[in-house]
Design a protein around this ligand. Sequence first.
Ligand code: NDP
Length: 242
Amino acid sequence: MSLLEGRVAAVTGGARGIGFAIAEAFVREGARVVVGDLNPGDAHRKLGADRVRAVPCDVTRAADVEALLATARAEFGPVDVMVNNAGITRDATMRTMTEDDFDQVIAVHLKGTWHGTRLAAAIMREQGHGSIVNISSLSGKVGMAGQTNYSAAKAGIVGLTKAAAKEVARFGVRVNAIRPGLIRTPMTTAMPEKVWDRKMAEIPMARAGEVEEVAKVALFLASDLSSYMTGTTLEVTGGRFM
Ligand code: NDP
């Protein structure tokens, strides 16, 4: 039997990059998936239209996340799996970072993950089961220069994950996080070659990760393979900053 047979999942930021790969892996394992993204485009057609829906969703707005979960319920049933993946970067050193750059990154990552976690958890505790997977970052573990906003948000997601895990564990709902390192996506391939090479030199496995390698870990946390795990953060980093 497939790992997510009969399960319903929602994935934010699922139109491309890591979120798309997660949605793809979930569909392959039997799930029906609703993708929420600022511009969902034709994600549902690329992923297999009968088992996938794609809706516009800005995770900074609670009403949008509620609508994403309502679509899942109306089309496929209440969510069993929620992946809070949507993300942006607004990198700059503190000398030049604007307050708006700070606020936007906190809003998308931290507040967006809070909306997704609390709204999905409310549905899952009624069912007595569910798995929430939050996407943090190595940046939240070690802090990266030029990313005071992003590092703060991603570290915050780990704290949020643990606090939420403690609140809902007794209702059968698990909350875990993933801390990816350098993964090849539109977000990272946009960086200057010099910066990319510097990061590569820090990775014991001497290569960037692929989106499918994060998706496999999301699948593990979403499925019953991780049935006795909650409040954890798994690193997918090729050994970087272990
Ligand atoms: P991408 O930029 O490739 O994809 C992110 C997706 O999120 C885009 O489709 C984007 O839409 C969407 N998005 C942005 N803002 C919002 C919003 N407010 N509401 C809903 N969707 C939104 O990024 P990655 O796939 O690389 O990153 C995915 C996650 O993984 C992020 O949380 C990121 O921080 C994290 N991560 C990535 C790493 C990497 O090396 N790539 C490393 C560590 C963590 P649009 O394109 O329209 O802006």
